[in-house]
Design a protein around this ligand. Structure first.
Ligand SMILES: CCCCCCCCCC/C=C\CCCCCCCC(=O)SCCNC(=O)CCNC(=O)[C@H](O)C(C)(C)COP(=O)(O)OP(=O)(O)OC[C@H]1O[C@@H](n2cnc3c(N)ncnc32)[C@H](O)[C@@H]1OP(=O)(O)O
Ligand SMILES: Cc1cc2nc3c(=O)[nH]c(=O)nc-3n(C[C@H](O)[C@H](O)[C@H](O)COP(=O)(O)OP(=O)(O)OC[C@H]3O[C@@H](n4cnc5c(N)ncnc54)[C@H](O)[C@@H]3O)c2cc1C
Length: 673
């Protein structure tokens, strides 16, 4: 059964896609509802699609590719203002607004207001401060951003240079960015839009450095939007993508703010300059944890767009011949095309179930913090979210690149939409903690957990597998058919992570015990530490996917097709890291051969449902933003139509002909030299 994914002007569907859809062995609505989170949520999403995509402001995503930066910015502000007003009118919850953000591909101005500014106030401000600023922020009387990164430092927060020096005489903080390297550089919506910023600055009292703390700073006049005295602010320039966003720079020269503008939930400065703190010192990093958790879902959102495009296009595209007498096959029928795309499809589903579970764990942690003041889960969630944010962005970039190349030449067009997705994924791999850096945070935690095991202490949930001695492990795969056994596959992943973690820990211990300074021992093992973080995160993904498919309450056909994807995700990950799995004796050479064979069998099993499995994401064409991936499959018509819109084609003869080409061809140009 087809979902209602496309716009009203849908032409007759491409016949290949019609046939593909009629071949599906399961009801796609069942998967759509799982992904949306239930029938009511699917209904809400569809209502929102109607509301948004009937509005020209949100239609025809591909037209954005023909716009200048200034036009993009202006349009994104118009979109942001519309969305914020609708949010107010319909009283959308945060969860509902996240659905909207995905529908419009995060393509609207001031998105950081809800992604980081308000969550930071909620997490870092006192009740009095919240009572003052939250109503202003939620009613859009002030518009805010999160200004942490500086030109000189993004990763190493202890190296931040923006200072907030307390003056007890006036009871004010004096904010300065003393060097070029200290200027804030990167914050989203800072350049042109925000009136306020949550600025992370080094607190200095009586010459003593207390480290990074959050401050509320008004940047611009609320009357005419001009920067306030001592403030220089602007846009940092064109980027790989997100060019609609005014990522900005900020210089501060002796800007005075009242003492009450330090966000004081976790640390306080009294009027006479006494410093006190409460709660864990990393509580001020809280907003970063939230965004990393969200990013794992964003990667799913992005990758499902790329894979929907690539699978649908591969079903309508015919090329070459398998046998001379037959027709040109759909490119989706080539085994190589399936081997490119189906593992990406499987990863996309794996990302969904992993990010759903991570969000649930995060919500439990927040409940504990709110209700019991307990930060017990923070270290675990920080560690898991760092690793999974890193891993998912890498899977996203690799997967979207494969989708791009799998669409051949047309995939290289911006209107194919995949380059945009790829660019967004590149922002996710870097922003909110660069890939290597976040993996190293996970590895640091794993080293602590294995140290606990060695002294008989209890380890946390995500690391339970460390309690098993890898010496006692023997590969459970006895026959090729065993490669489909998810319990066996989970054990294999656990063992590979367990062995790698132990071996790095032991190398570090030996090095340190033999007198190598700790920082050198660490640096000599840094790459291995990233590898253990990846192994741990990949284990979590396989366990989460397995747990989800084995506990689904839906039809056997749907369970069957999702199980095949789960098997493919696990087997393909083993093949990608066959060296690791063999080195740790999690599998042997024979098993690797079986796994490769079974992977190919899974391609055949998945093939009849491939289009239905992307249709199940139920992406509206205006959300998909790809002319190659349109629901009706009329790709060639759409590509041609897009040339009519292209500003390059507005003149049949471009003015540059008269200015340059004609003088060259007539010889006039050469004679002037
Ligand atoms: C077309 C289709 C589209 C579909 C969807 C597309 C989706 C994408 C579109 C989106 C559009 C645009 C994207 C961009 C928007 C996103 C906004 C991004 C905003 C930002 O980037 S804000 C800036 C973020 N900055 C960082 O993340 C900095 C990274 N650095 C750090 O986090 C830290 O400095 C550090 C690397 C962790 C190191 O810190 P530090 O030196 O202080 O700490 P130590 O290593 O010494 O560790 C100390 C101790 O503290 C623990 N710890 C560290 N961090 C945390 C934490 N956050 N929470 C809890 N605990 C923490 C650490 O584990 C140590 O513990 P231990 O001592 O071992 O017990
Ligand atoms: C699209 C986008 C939006 C952003 N939005 C915001 C925002 O709203 N607010 C904000 O404050 N910031 C924002 N940022 C900044 C972002 O958070 C930082 O760029 C990011 O945290 C990476 O830090 P960096 O740029 O200092 O990279 P660097 O740390 O300089 O990384 C460069 C290289 O050095 C390596 N490296 C660094 N430290 C280590 C280490 N300890 N061990 C091993 N290798 C290391 C990295 O792995 C990387 O290969 C944004 C960035 C982007 C791209």
């Amino acid at each position: 059964m087809a979902n209602t994914t496309t716009d009203d002007s849908r032409k007759e569907n491409n016949q290949d896609l019609t046939l593909e859809r009629s071949n599906a062995s399961f009801n796609i609505n069942e998967i759509t509802e799982i992904i949306d989170g239930g029938v009511d949520k699917t209904k809400f999403r569809k209502e929102m699609e109607k509301l948004l995509f009937d509005d020209p402001l949100f239609k025809d995503f591909y037209k954005t590719f023909f716009k200048t930066r200034s036009e993009l910015y202006e349009e994104s502000i118009a979109r942001g203002v519309k969305l914020f007003s609708l949010r107010q009118k319909y009283k959308w919850t945060d969860e509902q607004f996240e659905v909207i953000e995905d529908l419009v591909n995060h393509l609207f101005g001031m998105s950081l207001h809800f992604t980081m500014f308000i969550p930071s106030l909620e997490r870092l401000a006192t009740e009095t401060q919240k009572a003052k600023w939250l109503p202003l922020a939620t009613n859009f009387k002030i518009l805010g951003t999160y200004a942490q990164t500086e030109m000189g430092h993004g990763t190493y927060l202890q190296g931040l240079e923006t200072t907030a020096t307390y003056d007890p005489v006036t009871e004010e903080f004096i904010l300065n960015t003393p060097h070029k390297s200290s200027m804030k550089w990167w914050p989203g919506s800072l350049g042109k839009s925000s009136t306020h910023a949550l600025v992370q600055a080094v607190l200095i009292i009586n010459g003593k450095n207390y480290g990074m703390h959050p401050f509320m700073l008004q940047l611009r006049s609320l009357d005419n939007h001009m920067p306030l005295p001592g403030i220089e602010v602007g846009d940092i320039g064109p980027k790989m993508t997100v060019n609609y966003n005014d990522n900005g720079f900020l210089l501060l020269k002796n800007v005075r703010i009242p003492r009450q503008h330090m966000l004081m939930k976790h640390a306080q400065v009294s009027s006479d300059g006494k410093y006190t703190s409460s709660g864990p010192n990393k509580a001020i990093y809280a907003t970063m944890v939230l965004v990393r958790v969200k990013m794992t879902k964003w990667v799913h959102d992005a990758l499902r767009k790329a894979i929907t495009t690539a699978v649908r296009y591969s079903a309508v595209r015919h090329q070459s011949k398998m046998d001379d007498s037959g027709p040109e096959p759909q490119i989706l029928d080539y085994q190589t095309q399936q081997y490119k795309l189906f593992p990406v499809l499987a990863d996309t589903y794996a990302l969904f179930f992993m990010s759903r579970n991570l969000r649930r764990q995060y919500n439990r942690m927040m409940e504990d913090i709110r209700n019991k003041g307990s930060y017990k889960m923070l270290a675990e969630i920080h560690s898991i979210s760092c690793g999974l944010k890193g891993l998912s962005s890498k899977i996203g970039i690799d997967g979207a690149s494969i989708c791009r190349t799998a669409c051949g030449g047309h995939g290289y067009l911006m209107v194919a939409g995949i380059s945009e997705v790829l660019g967004l994924l590149h922002s996710v791999v870097t922003a909110e903690g660069e890939y290597t850096v976040v993996c190293l945070q996970t590895a640091r935690y794993l080293m602590k957990q294995i140290a606990k095991v060695s002294v008989g202490e209890v380890v946390t949930e995500s690391c339970e597998y460390l309690n098993v001695d890898p010496q006692s492990f023997s590969c459970p795969l006895q026959t090729p058919a065993d490669c489909f056994n998810l319990t066996f596959l989970c054990d294999i992943f656990r063992n590979r992570a367990n062995s790698l973690i132990r071996s790095v820990a032991s190398r570090l211990q030996i090095a340190i015990e033999s007198g190598t300074p700790q920082h050198i021992a660490m640096n000599n093992n840094l790459q291995s530490l990233v590898r253990v973080a990846e192994a741990h995160s990949e284990t979590i993904m396989v366990l989460d996917f397995t747990a989800a498919v084995t506990s689904l309450r839906t039809s056997p056909e749907t369970i069957k097709v999702l199980t095949s994807l789960c098997q493919l995700h696990a087997l393909h990950t083993i093949v990608k890291h066959a060296g690791d799995f063999m080195e740790t004796e999690s599998v042997g050479l024979e098993q690797i051969k079986w796994i490769r064979e079974q992977e190919l069998k899974l391609l055949e099993i998945i093939r009849p449902n491939a289009v239905a499995l992307v249709d199940a994401f139920d992406l509206h064409d205006d959300s998909l933003g790809s002319l190659l991936g349109v629901y009706d499959g009329n790709v060639y018509e759409r590509l041609y139509e897009s040339t009519k819109y292209n500003p390059m084609n507005q003149n049949v003869v471009h003015p540059s002909y008269h200015k340059y080409l004609k003088p060259l061809m007539s010889g006039e140009m050469i004679s002037k030299l």
